[in-house]
Design a protein around this ligand. Structure first.
Ligand code: PGA
Length: 246
């Protein structure tokens, strides 16, 4: 299976011109990599500017159309060729997004045929390896009532909040491996073995060109979610290259 590398640009860059230049810089490396699937999730306003690379989105609303000022639907994203949507990023949860809302979004995304990337992770660093209750809830409530047949388009990101570059330092590949096993076990309890093993689990949190390959090699995850380092074409290309070389 190809490794999934998602760039989460958050609320950057300022102009579509900058977005276009950044995306163009990345597009060749993205196309040349045979074993990586590279997706950029820009802010909605830059979606057109990023068309040289596979497109993702950072959020979505669950209704298809109607009186929802400020929201964007899966239909609209599809019309722009968006193939993947991040759902439940911790920065959105911090703004008040609930597991119930996340569940509605995941359902809408999967039903539309777009890939849904459910973000889960604990807020504080743990002293010992145990499965955090918060991740249990994020998975259970976020994926409640979802038809098993739709889960082939689900990706889970383990992204501990404390490891995001604006909060602290990256997790260790060893811990990422252990947490991904615990997440997989939880998915197994919820959906059975076959489905659980078909869901890619990726890691996010201060991924850069120096640690990217180790998360894949020793953390044994199926891909990476990259924030800050994805806004620097040189660094992001190096991440793609190092993962491609594995
Ligand atoms: P970071 O962000 O790579 O800057 O830590 C990752 C994310 O929040 O998705």
């Amino acid at each position: 299976m190809k490794k999934i590398i998602i760039a989460n640009w958050k609320m950057n860059p300022k102009t579509s011109r900058e977005a276009e230049i950044l995306a163009r810089g990345i597009s060749e490396a993205a196309k040349n990599s045979k074993n990586c699937e590279v997706i950029i999730a820009p802010p909605f306003v830059h979606i057109r500017a990023v068309r040289s690379v596979k497109l993702g989105a950072q959020d979505v609303f669950w209704e298809k159309s109607g009186p929802y000022t400020g929201e964007i639907s899966t239909l609209q994203l599809k019309a722009y060729g968006v193939s993947l949507v991040l759902v439940g990023h911790s920065e959105r949860r911090a703004l008040g997004e609930t597991n119930e809302e996340i569940n509605k979004k995941i359902k809408a995304v999967l039903e539309s045929g777009i890939k849904a990337v459910l973000c889960v992770g604990e807020i504080e660093k743990q002293k010992e390896v145990a499965f955090p209750v918060i991740i249990h809830q994020e998975l259970k409530e976020g994926l409640r009532g979802i038809n098993k047949s739709l889960l082939k388009n689900l990706i889970v990101v383990y992204e501990p909040v404390w490891a995001i570059s604006t909060h602290g330092k990256a997790d260790s590949p060893k811990n990422v491996f252990e947490m991904s096993v615990l997440i997989r076990r939880e998915l197994l309890k919820m959906f059975g073995k076959k489905t659980a093993f078909s869901i890619p689990i990726i890691y996010g949190g201060s991924v850069d060109e120096k640690n990217a390959a180790d998360f894949i090699k020793y953390g044994r995850v199926d891909g990476l979610l990259v924030g800050a380092a994805s806004l620097n074409a040189k660094k992001f290309i190096e991440i793609i290259k190092r993962v491609s070389e594995l």
